[in-house]
Design a protein around this ligand. Structure first.
Ligand SMILES: C[S@@+](CC[C@H](N)C(=O)[O-])C[C@H]1O[C@@H](n2cnc3c(N)ncnc32)[C@H](O)[C@@H]1O
Length: 539
C-alpha cells in the first residue's frame, strides 16, 4: 500500500533515533538547600541544576516530570559556525536538526497541558526550527514568532543587511488551554494616564472615537461644547452609536481638548484598565534589553572570576518570557543554561526552576551566580524591579555513568560504580517504575501502580528466598524481581528477570555525549565588539 504522504522537512538521518538511557542523577556538593535537608533523588519541588548533556538529562527527568513544566525557555547554539570562549557553535545543518528535534520531542512531553516553549534563534536556523516545531507541536499550537531587537544601532561593517533582531519561536503544548499573562504596565505607559480636568475618578488617557471598520450607526453629527460640529472623517465611522455617545458625554467620559473644541475622544480610566497590556510580537530594546545590556550584566557578575560569558541574554528578556508564560511557583526549564540567566531570573521572580548545562561554566559561572542571587549579593538585572532580596536554594546534580559497561570479554556487565541504591533507581527507570524505596519492606524499591512493585538485587535468589518474598507480597500485590540469577519461579505473584539481560535492549549503553558541541574547527570567532552595540554606529 502506498505510504500516506504528508508535508514534512526531511534530511539525512531524520529517521535515525537513539535509544536513550534514562540516567540516574547523582548529587554534587555543595548543596545550597533552603533550610531543609536535601538528599536522595531530586524532589519535585527542588530547584535543580544538572551538569551534563541535555538530551540524557531530559531523558533522566522524563519519568518524574512528565506534564509538570509550565514554561520552557531555550537558547540553543544558533549554528553560527562560530567558536565562543565557552562552547563551539558550528555543526552540520542535518546534525543540528536531528539534535534539535530529539530534545524538543522530550521537552514537549515535559510540558504541562497549559505550558509553552520559547525558543531563541537567529536567521541561521530559526525558519527550519519553525517547520520542525510545527511537526512536533502541530501547526495549530504555533503561537508567535517574537522579534527581539537585540541591537539598536546599525553596524556599518555589515556586508549585507545589518542584523538587529533575533527570533523567539513560541509554541503552546495545547493552544486552546494556554493563555499568556498580560505585560505589566511600564512606568512610561502609566505616565500616559493624566488628569487635566481633575476628574474625581482619577487618571485617564483617551481613545479615538472614529475607526475604519464600517458601523451602520456610526455616521452622525456631533456638536462640541464650543459649538464646533464634527462628522466622521472620510472613510471612517464613529465607533459608538449616537445614543451611547450621549450617555458617555453625560457621564463626563468625552474629552474635547482643553479648549473644548477638539475632535472628541473617549476617556479610558486607569482604574478600569486591565492589569497590564496585551503582549505584542515586537520586543523593543527599551523594554527587554539588548545584547550589550546582557554583556554588561555578565561583566558585573563574572569579570573578576570566570570571565564574561560570550552569549548571555539580558535578564529583562527572560523576565518578559516568564511574566507572560508563568506564575509564581510554576516550574520553568532551561536545558541550554549557559551562564544561568533563566534560573537567576526565575529565582528572583519566585518560580521554581530546572537548568541543564553541559559546559564547565556550570561550575565557573552558574553556581557563583546562583549563590549571589540566593545570598542577596546580586544587585544587577531584574533584582530591583522584582524587589529580590535573597533566599531560597537549589540542588546540583550530574549524570551517573552508564549502567552497563563491557567487561574484558566484550560482555555487558553492571558498572562497578553502581552502589545498590543507584542500581535500584536505574533499573526502576529502565523498567518504567517510580523509584520510591520503602522504609518498611526491603523488597519495595519502586512501584508502577498501588499494588505493583519492583525489587532490584545483585543476589542469586533460591527457591526458598522466592517463596519468602511471595508470602510477603501476598495475594493482592505483584512484584517484579530483577536479580543476578534465580532458581525457577513457581509463584504467580512474582515475575523474575535477570539483570543485566533484562535491560540489555532497552538503551544505547556507554554513550555520554549527544551534544550539539561537535568539535569542528571553528570559523571566525565572534568578538565581544560584534555583540556590543556600543561598538556600532548609526548613519
Ligand atoms: C547560547 S548559550 C545559552 C546562553 C544563556 N541563555 C545565557 O543567558 O547565559 C547555549 C548553551 O548551551 C550549552 N549546550 C550546548 N549543547 C548542549 C548540550 N548538549 N547539553 C547541555 N548544554 C548544551 C552550551 O554549552 C551553551 O552554554
Amino acid at each position: 500500500m502506498a505510504r500516506k504522504q504528508k508535508l514534512e522537512l526531511t534530511w539525512i538521518g531524520k529517521e535515525k533515533r537513539s535509544k536513550l538511557e534514562p540516567r540516574v542523577l547523582v548529587e554534587e556538593q555543595p548543596i545550597r538547600s533552603a533550610g531543609r535537608s536535601a538528599e536522595g533523588p531530586p524532589r519535585l519541588d527542588d530547584n535543580l541544576l544538572i551538569k551534563g548533556d541535555n538530551l540524557l538529562a531530559l531523558k533522566a527527568l522524563e519519568s518524574d516530570y512528565i506534564g509538570k513544566v509550565k514554561c520552557v525557555y531555550i537558547d540553543p547554539p544558533y549554528n553560527t559556525k562560530s567558536a565562543f570562549n565557552f562552547f563551539n557553535d558550528g555543526v552540520e545543518h542535518s546534525i543540528w536538526m536531528s539534535l534539535f528535534v530529539d530534545r524538543i520531542k522530550i521537552i514537549r512531553r515535559l510540558l504541562s497541558e497549559d505550558g509553552s516553549i520559547w525558543i531563541s534563534l537567529d536567521d541561521n536556523e530559526s525558519h527550519y526550527a519553525k517547520v520542525l516545531c510545527d511537526e512536533i507541536f502541530g501547526r495549530r499550537n504555533f503561537v508567535s514568532n517574537v522579534i527581539w531587537q537585540k541591537l539598536y544601532t546599525v553596524k556599518n561593517s555589515s556586508r549585507y543587511l545589518s542584523d538587529m533582531h533575533e527570533h523567539i519561536l513560541v509554541y503552546a503544548k495545547n493552544k486552546s488551554a494556554w493563555k499568556p499573562n498580560l505585560v505589566p504596565r511600564s512606568e512610561n505607559a502609566q505616565r500616559s494616564y493624566t488628569n487635566p480636568d481633575n476628574d474625581p475618578r482619577g487618571r485617564w488617557t483617551t481613545n479615538a472615537i472614529q475607526a475604519r471598520n464600517y458601523y451602520s450607526e456610526g455616521s452622525y453629527e456631533i456638536s462640541s461644547p464650543a459649538g464646533r460640529v464634527f462628522v466622521p472623517p472620510s472613510g471612517t465611522y464613529w465607533r459608538v452609536s449616537e445614543e451611547t455617545f450621549n450617555r458617555l458625554d453625560a457621564d463626563d467620559r468625552i474629552w474635547w481638548g482643553s479648549s473644548g473644541s477638539s475632535t472628541p475622544r473617549v476617556k479610558k480610566f486607569l482604574f478600569e484598565a486591565k492589569d497590564g497590556v496585551v503582549p505584542s510580537t515586537l520586543w523593543k530594546h527599551e523594554e527587554v534589553g539588548t545584547n550589550a545590556e546582557a554583556k554588561a550584566e555578565s561583566r558585573a557578575l563574572f569579570a573578576d572570576k570566570g570571565g564574561v560569558f560570550d552569549t548571555p541574554k539580558p535578564e529583562r528578556l527572560i523576565q518578559r518570557v516568564l511574566q507572560l508564560a508563568s506564575n509564581p511557583d510554576d516550574l520553568v526549564l532551561d536545558s541550554f543554561a549557559g551562564s544561568g540567566t533563566t534560573g537567576a531570573v526565575a529565582h528572583k521572580m519566585g518560580r521554581q526552576w530546572i537548568m541543564i548545562e553541559l559546559g564547565e561554566h556550570a561550575d565557573t559561572h552558574i553556581i557563583p551566580r546562583l549563590n549571589k542571587v540566593i545570598d542577596g549579593d546580586d544587585s544587577g538585572g531584574v533584582t530591583g524591579e522584582t524587589g529580590w532580596q535573597g533566599g531560597g536554594g537549589y540542588r546540583y546534580f550530574h549524570l551517573a555513568p552508564s549502567l552497563l559497561e563491557k567487561d574484558q570479554w566484550g560482555q555487558y556487565v553492571i558498572s562497578k560504580e553502581f552502589k545498590p541504591e543507584m542500581l535500584a533507581e536505574a533499573v526502576c527507570k529502565l523498567m518504567g517504575f517510580t523509584y520510591a524505596p520503602s522504609q518498611v519492606h526491603f523488597w519495595q524499591h519502586g512501584h508502577s501502580t498501588e499494588t505493583d512493585f519492583i525489587y532490584v538485587t545483585t543476589q542469586r535468589l533460591t527457591h526458598d528466598a522466592l517463596r519468602k518474598l511471595s508470602d510477603e507480597v501476598g495475594d493482592d500485590r505483584t512484584l517484579l524481581i530483577c536479580c543476578r540469577a534465580h532458581e525457577p519461579n513457581r509463584f504467580d505473584n512474582l515475575t523474575v528477570r535477570k539483570i543485566p539481560q533484562a535491560v540489555l535492549d532497552k538503551a544505547e549503553w556507554g554513550r555520554d555525549d549527544y551534544s550539539l558541541n561537535i568539535q569542528d574547527a571553528p570559523a571566525e570567532p565572534i568578538t565581544e565588539a560584534d555583540l556590543d552595540d556600543t561598538a556600532a554606529t548609526t548613519e
